[in-house]
Structure formats: C-alpha cells, structure tokens
Design a protein around this ligand. Structure first.
Ligand code: MRU
Length: 388
C-alpha cells in the first residue's frame, strides 16, 4: 500500500511535504540549503523529532553536493560542516534527535579517510563521508520504526494476551507516523503493526491542541491507512477511559518522544503528561515509543530538558480550509480566524515532561525497556555504545 511520505530525497535534491497545508493540500517544498531547512523546521512545515533531524542532515548534504563549501583545506572543510550543523541545531531545542544526528555527522566528517590525499581529493572525501552518513540516517530511520512496531506490538500482546479474537484499543497523542519520521512511524508504527497483525480493535487519537497534529495529521494517516479510528479532543480522554475502557478493551496510551533522558523521564508533545496521569488512574498502560536517536543519556532527569515555548497566535488563531454553506470543504481556499480575544495573555509550551514513574515501557528499535527493581529505566542494554 502507498504510504504518506514527508521527505523525498535523491542525492542533490530534497523535497519536504508542507505539513501546514495538510490534510487539504499535498505540496512539496524544495529544501536546498541550511537556511531553508532552518526555516522549514522552525515554521513546522516539517515536524516530529526524527523528521526534523533527517531534514536538517539532508539539507546540508544537498548544499554540500551542490558546491556550497568553498574551503580550501581539510580543516576548513570540517569547520564549515560543523558551523552549518551548529546553526541547524538551534532550529528547535527540545527534540534530541537533531543533536544526536549532529554529533554523528560531525564524527563522520572528521573520520573521513584523507591520509595521503592532496586538495581537492581530501575535501571531496570529507564531503562524501558527510553525505553518506546523512543518507544512512534516512535509511536507518525506517528500519528502526519497523522494529519499534514489532517490539511494541509484541509487548502489548503479551501484556493483554491480545489475540485476533480479543484485540485491544489504544489512544495516541500528537503525530508520530509517516509524517513525523521517514516512514511507518514510532507510536503510530506500533498501532500500524498491531493493525496489520489483527490485534487492534480501535485507535483513538487526540486533537492535540494547540497545533492540532492529531486532528490534522494523525487522523489523516489513520484514515489513509484504513485503520478503525476515532478523533477526540484532548480533554475527552478521561471520559473515554471512564466510560469506554472496558467495552472497547482500551489497553494502552501509546505516544512518541522528543527526548527521553537517562532516568526515563520523557519530553513529548504538550498534553502527554496529563494523559499519563489519567492512564495510571484508570489502569491503562502508558507506552513510549522512542528510537534510540531520541534518547539523551547526558541529561539525568526531566528537569534538565529545555522546553520550547511558541508564539501566542498558535492558541488564539487557527488556519484551515473553508467550509461551504452546504458543508463541503473547499480545499482551494483557506482562512485564518481568531479563536480568542487577541488581547489575552498566553502561555504556549510545545512540550511537557512525563516522569518515568508514570511510564510502563519505553519501546526502542533494539527492544522494549521496562523499569528495574529500583523503579528506574536502564538503557545500558539498548545503548551500550553510548553508556558510561
Ligand atoms: O512539535 P512537533 O509536532 O514537532 O512535536 C512532535 C511530537 O511531540 C510528537 O508527539 C512526537 O512524539 C515526537 S515525533 C515522533
């Protein structure tokens, strides 16, 4: 089956689906420089922790391929690459995938085999080493998501003894699917896998105020994939659990992650923490789906996570396709409307932190991690190369 593709890449050319125009319009922007990537990420035309990292890495690969680097020595070439990556890192602060990708890409540029090579061959070897490493991030992401899907589905089916004749329902928040990654998705990848294995009864998705990634993007993906699903507002989750948990066999809330720190505290889209509290109260499992690229072992607890605050207009205004008097949607016309008194003060944190105590499992591409007897997550098994 065709899947939605947020990122289209071939060497020298990067196209990024403008997610602000979804679900009404499929428009790809060409992103050819670090500046264009910065703006695309900052304005949330592309969003989602893995997708942000991939677009930044590949945009720089494209500009290098197209000759943006005028350095004349290997040292200058590496310094140029590093400065462009440091610039891109500032585009959005909370998701750690971009920082992890930048560390890896800097290493690749520095590790290029240039012994015995004179300029310009040495420079070409460094550029090539960078470009190949950036392309590898794209390739690896989709494999990782498919593994997360399998591990998550396995863990859930074991917890609930889920079978084709006793499938489970789940709730997800924000968008973690093909649009937030290179394909398949993280939390939505688990839902996709559960569905393909016949173990999913129903998927609920939240609207995800204020940016509506749930109603604009996740519901679009669920409908596109033919997954039985229902949209609720963020504030309806408690009532959903109280009234329909038993009848619908709602077993888990499954969310993605923008940054999982060393003790398992997890920054994710604003509203995630409230869902974790509700899930615990109602005996619903709380599952975080996070590729190891979203794990930050350098930050000890959630208190160390920088939370991005965004502009007030995200709460007080909204853009959408115009609905005609007969109820049909005119996708060729959009309108921006006010949803609040424009003078009201606004607090708009884009993410919150769910304490590890409220999380039952963190599913990575290398396996499902549960808490030890000390009540803490330990990532030494899934990240031996970064553990210290
Ligand atoms: O602000 P966004 O849309 O970039 O935030 C993305 C999220 O918070 C997602 O929920 C997600 O879990 C991380 S991406 C798989």
């Amino acid at each position: 089956m065709a899947t939605l593709q947020a990122i289209k890449y071939e060497r020298g050319r990067l196209l990024v689906l403008d997610q602000l125009r979804l679900p009404h319009e499929n428009h790809y922007d060409e992103v050819s420089t670090a500046e264009e990537a910065f703006e695309c990420i900052r304005s949330m035309r592309v969003r989602g922790a893995p997708a942000i990292a991939i677009v930044a890495a590949l945009a720089h690969a494209v500009e290098l391929h197209n000759g943006s680097c005028t350095a004349t020595t290997p040292e200058e070439t590496v310094a140029y690459i590093e400065s462009r990556l440091d610039f891109l890192r500032e585009s959005r602060p909370t998701a750690v995938d971009l920082s992890n990708a930048i560390s890896l890409l800097k290493l690749a540029a520095r590790a290029a085999k240039i012994e015995g090579l004179a300029h310009p061959e040495a420079k070409a070897a460094i550029l090539n080493s960078y470009i190949e490493a950036a392309e590898k991030i794209l390739e690896k992401d989709i494999e990782n998501n498919k593994s997360i899907g399998r591990y998550g589905s396995l863990w859930l089916s074991q917890q609930f003894n889920a079978r084709r004749d006793r499938p489970i329902s789940v709730l997800t928040h924000c968008n973690t699917g093909s649009l937030a990654t290179s394909g398949h998705g993280t939390a939505l990848g688990i839902i996709r896998t559960l569905h393909s294995e016949g173990l999913l009864k129903h998927a609920y998705c939240t609207e995800t105020r204020p940016y509506n990634q749930g109603s604009r993007l996740t519901s679009f993906e669920l409908v596109f994939e033919g997954i039985p699903s229902t949209l609720i507002t963020d504030s309806m989750a408690g009532a959903l659990f109280a009234l329909h948990r038993e009848r619908m066999n709602i077993g888990a809330v499954i969310v993605g992650a923008d940054r999982v720190v060393r003790n398992g505290d997890t920054a994710n889209k604003i509203g995630t923490y409230a869902l974790a509290v509700l899930a615990r109260h109602h005996g619903v499992k709380f599952v975080v789906a996070a590729p190891t690229t979203s794990i930050d072992l350098e930050t000890e607890t959630g208190e160390g996570i920088k939370i991005e605050e965004r502009k007030p207009e995200e709460l007080t205004q909204i853009t959408g396709a115009v609905v005609n008097a007969d109820g049909s949607v005119d996708t060729s016309r959009t309108a921006r409307v006010a949803t609040a008194d424009q003078r009201i003060g606004v607090w708009n944190p884009a993410f919150d932190v769910t304490p590890h105590a409220l999380i039952d499992v963190i599913v990575t591409e290398r396996g499902a991690v549960v808490k030890g007897a000390d009540g803490k997550f330990n990532f030494s098994q899934v990240l031996p190369e970064r553990w210290r």
